[in-house]
Design a protein around this ligand. Structure first.
Ligand SMILES: NC(=O)c1ccc[n+]([C@@H]2O[C@H](COP(=O)([O-])OP(=O)(O)OC[C@H]3O[C@@H](n4cnc5c(N)ncnc54)[C@H](O)[C@@H]3O)[C@@H](O)[C@H]2O)c1
Length: 391
C-alpha cells in the first residue's frame, strides 16, 4: 500500500482536530484542517493557536503553509485519501446522545469525499454509531471505507500524548483497517486492534473510569470534611508508600466537555442501568453544592466570595462545562457578591487576581492553575481548596 499523503480533518480547528492535524503534518503528511469557524481558520493560518495546548504554539508556525493549512472550503475533501471527522455525539437536554450534528456534517460533506478513501471517526461516539455511519454511506451507493479510531488524550497534552500513547483502531473491512494502521503507525508507538463496537465501548470505558475515579475521591472528601476532618491528612496517610492506593485521585472539580458526557452515553447504552455512572454524576456535580452548604453556616450571606480559576481544569483556557460556573451561579443566590478571575479566559465581567484576593472574605480555588501556586493570602480570609493545591 502506498503511504497516505493527503488528509483532511473535519472539525480540524478544535481541541481534538488541531493538535492531531499538527502531529500528522509533523510526521510527513499533507494535512488540511476543514472547519466552519472562519475566525479559528484565519488565526491558525497566521500560525496562532486559538487555545492553549502544550507545545503547540511553537510547532504550529513551523508547519503552517507547508504541510498544514486550514480552510472553510469543503472542496479540499476532493483530494483526500483519508478524511478524519472529530464531530461527536453530544448529549442533549434530556441527557440522551444525539447524532444529528454528526449526520448533518457527513450529509453535507460526503459528496466531496472521493470513493476509495477512508473516513476515520475520531470523536467519542455513542456505541453503534460507526456501523450506522457505514450503512448511511452505503445507502448512498458510495464506496468510502469507515474506521473508528478514538482520541484518548488529555486535553492540553495532545502533542505529547498522541506520539506516546497506544492508539486503538477499528474497522469493518481489512482494507479499511490496513489504511488506518498505515496512518496511525506513523505517529503512535503501538496500535491495538478491536472491532468497532468494542472500540466505541473502550473509549467510553476510559472516560467513565476516570469520572468514577474522581467521584470516589470527591465522595471521600465530602465525607471527611462533613465531619470536620482534613481530607488530605487522611489522603496522604493512605497513599504514602502504599502501591494499592496509587490510583486514588485527589479531590477536585471533575468537569469539562468529555467525562460526564461520556459517562451519560454509557448510561444511555445500558438503558439507564449504569448505576455507578449516575452515582458518580451526583457526587461530582454535587461538589459545588457541598462547598456552598459548608459556607452557608459560616455567614455566606454577608460574604464576598472570589473564585480563582474558571477553566474546567488547571492551566487550561477551556471553560466548557466548567464547574466553576455552576459554583458561581449557586453563590450568586446566597453570597453578598461573587468575583471571578482567570488568567487565561477573557471576560469583561472578571476581575484581576489582586482585586479578587483583596476584596474577598472567602477565596475558593476553581481551577488549580500553576500561576496560583505560590499565592499568599492576607490573614482572616477563609480559603476553600478542594484539590489540596496550596498545602
Ligand atoms: N477535548 C478533548 O480532550 C476530547 C478528547 C477525546 C474526544 N473528544 C471528543 O471530540 C469531539 C470534539 O471535541 P473538541 O474538544 O475538539 O471540540 P471543539 O469544540 O474544540 O472542536 C470542534 C471543532 O469542530 C468544528 N465544527 C463543528 N461542526 C463542524 C462541521 N459540521 N464541519 C466542520 N467543522 C465543524 C468547530 O468549529 C470546532 O472548531 C467531541 O465529541 C468530544 O467529545 C474530545
Amino acid at each position: 500500500m502506498n503511504p497516505v499523503e493527503n488528509i483532511v480533518v473535519i472539525g480540524g480547528c478544535g481541541h481534538v482536530g488541531l493538535p492531531f492535524g499538527m502531529v500528522l503534518a509533523d510526521h510527513g503528511m499533507q494535512v488540511v484542517l476543514l472547519d466552519v469557524d472562519g475566525a479559528k481558520v484565519a488565526s491558525i493560518n497566521q500560525g496562532l493557536m486559538p487555545f492553549r495546548e502544550a507545545g503547540a504554539e511553537a510547532l504550529l508556525p513551523k508547519l503552517i503553509g507547508k504541510s498544514l493549512r486550514a480552510t472553510t472550503d469543503p472542496e479540499c475533501l476532493r483530494a483526500a485519501e483519508v478524511v478524519i471527522s472529530v464531530i461527536g455525539t453530544p448529549v442533549d437536554e434530556h441527557l440522551n446522545p444525539t447524532v444529528s450534528a454528526l449526520y448533518r456534517s457527513l450529509d453535507d460533506l460526503i459528496e466531496y469525499v472521493p470513493d476509495g478513501s477512508l473516513l476515520v471517526l475520531r470523536s467519542t461516539l455513542y456505541p453503534g454509531v460507526t456501523r450506522l455511519i457505514k450503512d448511511r454511506i452505503e445507502e448512498r451507493k458510495r464506496e468510502i471505507h469507515v474506521a473508528f479510531c478514538p482520541e484518548r488524550i488529555a486535553e492540553g497534552k495532545a502533542i505529547e500524548e498522541l506520539t506516546s500513547l497506544p492508539q486503538i483502531i477499528s474497522a469493518f473491512e481489512p482494507v479499511a483497517l490496513a489504511k488506518a494502521r498505515e496512518v496511525f503507525s506513523r505517529i503512535a508507538p503501538s496500535l491495538i486492534e478491536l472491532d468497532p463496537l468494542e472500540a466505541e465501548l473502550a473509549k467510553l470505558f476510559t472516560n467513565s473510569w476516570r469520572y468514577l475515579n474522581f467521584a470516589a475521591s470527591n465522595q471521600f472528601y465530602m465525607l471527611a470534611e462533613s465531619y470536620g476532618l482534613d481530607f488530605y491528612r487522611i489522603y496522604n496517610a493512605v497513599t504514602q508508600e502504599y502501591p494499592r492506593m496509587r490510583s486514588f485521585a485527589r479531590a477536585g472539580f471533575a468537569a469539562g466537555p468529555c467525562l460526564l458526557k461520556d459517562t451519560l452515553q454509557l448510561s444511555a447504552f445500558s438503558s439507564n442501568n449504569f448505576f455507578l455512572g449516575h452515582a458518580a454524576m451526583l457526587v461530582n456535580e454535587g461538589l459545588p453544592n457541598f462547598i456552598v452548604t459548608q459556607l452557608r453556616s459560616e455567614g455566606l450571606a454577608k460574604s464576598t466570595v472570589a473564585i480563582l480559576g474558571m477553566a474546567f481544569k488547571g492551566d487550561s483556557d477551556d471553560n466548557r462545562s466548567s464547574l466553576s460556573y455552576k459554583l458561581k451561579k449557586l453563590l450568586q443566590v446566597e453570597a453578598r457578591s461573587v468575583l471571578c478571575t482567570d488568567p487565561f479566559i477573557t471576560d469583561a465581567r472578571f476581575v484581576s487576581l489582586e482585586r479578587a484576593i483583596e476584596q474577598a472574605d472567602v477565596i475558593i480555588l476553581g481551577a488549580p492553575h500553576s500561576a496560583y501556586r505560590g499565592l499568599q493570602f492576607p490573614k482572616g480570609k477563609r480559603v476553600v481548596d478542594v484539590w489540596g493545591f496550596w498545602r
